[in-house]
Design a protein around this ligand. Structure first.
Ligand code: SF4
Ligand code: SF4
Length: 370
């Protein structure tokens, strides 16, 4: 499908993509985490772009971050220090895991880009006081953006932005629902490219392309070949090869609890509410990641419901090496899922190294067993 190819092409050269965005007079604000309030950044007239590591060798970042920080954070710092992110006009750091918080300190001290903001969101997301505090934090962030652009961000700006993101998110949800209903209708690597592309490409272009993809997939029949239905969980998966290896081993990805997947686009923002309250509500209601808290069993319940809803034969934990929040959650989640009769596999991944041969054997064994 030519629309899917556009997403794949966009991922090949992020600098070229950034130059194209800048041709339209848009400044680019980078972010590293799906708790970054993109609707606000977009309403301010900036282009919000999720940052990923270019996976180059870590040389300059060694002086700032220890080897036991995750490869995502180290890789992005390396890209910044070596000038690969010079297209950025600013960055936003939500207050989440320790690695992102430490990176935020280093980033601020380096002062390489014009705009910088820490968005200190609450850690607990299920209380009335957290809700009030969250709206307060978003209001402060809005003021930071207004100071940078020297104009007010109106409710109308925010509502327009919310509509755009709702359009993108609802279409991504439809693509996932179609894949779950007609497994194999779309390749995992295409799914990866569409979600990642939606995070970095021009939002108008994404909002135009996604409904066309949905429409085409709706008209496509489910493929004959069947595979074992798999749900992925973890922080990020920035490797299309992992999706391909799972498919070659006989699996089909039918859902995920990933930052580069449903966790990013799940849930719509109410369009007729006070915009900042509506944005806060979405964060409060969305599936949490281990850097946030709602109840001791919230994540377990969510993954079980994701697995059941998608009739998954198994759940694969993709654990980015040295990602402490996800590593701490893993033992309880594994136990929680297995008590519910859901089989699990743990795979440790690293942005810098990938042993696909070994991964392939492990996936084959797991998929044969479930
Ligand atoms: S796992 Fe949580 S803290 Fe980490 S990038 Fe995703 S949302 Fe942010
Ligand atoms: S992968 Fe883990 S440690 Fe790294 S930024 Fe995401 S949540 Fe933080």
């Amino acid at each position: 499908m030519k629309e899917i190819k556009i997403f794949h092409n966009a991922l090949k050269d992020v600098s070229a993509l950034a130059s194209k965005i800048k041709e339209n007079q848009k400044k680019i604000i980078g972010y590293l985490c799906s708790y970054a309030p993109e609707e606000l950044i977009y309403a301010a007239g900036f282009h919000p772009m999720r940052l990923f590591s270019s996976k180059s060798d870590i040389i300059l970042a060694e002086n700032h971050l220890q080897t036991y920080c995750c490869s995502l954070v180290r890789g992005i710092l390396e890209d910044s220090l070596s000038g690969r992110l010079d297209f950025l006009d600013g960055t936003v750091f939500p207050h989440t895991c320790d690695s992102i918080q430490r990176l935020s300190d280093i980033w601020r001290m380096q002062g390489r880009y014009e705009f910088f903001a820490d968005v200190i969101l609450p850690a607990k997301l299920n209380t009335q006081s957290a809700r009030t505090y969250m709206v307060d934090v978003l209001t402060r962030f809005k003021k930071d953006l207004e100071a940078a652009i020297n104009r007010e961000i109106t409710d109308a700006d925010l509502q327009k932005s919310i509509k755009k993101f709702n359009l993108i998110r609802s279409n991504l949800s439809k693509i996932y629902a179609l894949q779950s209903k007609k497994p194999g209708i779309i390749k995992g690597a295409d799914l990866y490219a569409i979600v990642k592309g939606s995070m970095i490409m021009d939002k108008d272009e994404v909002a135009n392309l996604l409904p066309v993809i949905v429409n085409n997939l709706e008209k496509t029949d489910a493929p004959e070949t069947k595979g074992k239905r798999i749900v992925l969980t973890g922080s990020i998966c920035d490797s299309p090869d992992i999706y391909s290896v799972i498919e070659t081993a006989g699996g089909i990805i039918v859902g995920d609890d990933l930052c580069t997947g449903q966790r990013w686009f799940e849930g719509l923002t109410l369009e007729d509410d006070a915009p900042l309250v509506a944005i806060a509500e979405r964060y409060m209601g969305r599936m949490i990641c281990p850097a946030k808290h709602s109840s001791p069993t919230a994540r377990g319940e969510n993954i079980v419901s994701l697995a059941r809803k998608n009739k998954a034969a198994g759940v694969v934990f993709l654990l980015l090496k040295f990602c402490d929040p996800h590593a701490f959650d893993y033992p309880y989640l594994k136990e929680f899922l297995e008590k519910e009769g859901i089989k699990t596999l743990l795979i440790e991944i690293d942005d810098q190294q990938q042993n696909l041969g070994q991964l392939s054997t492990r996936f084959e064994t797991f998929i044969h067993y479930i």
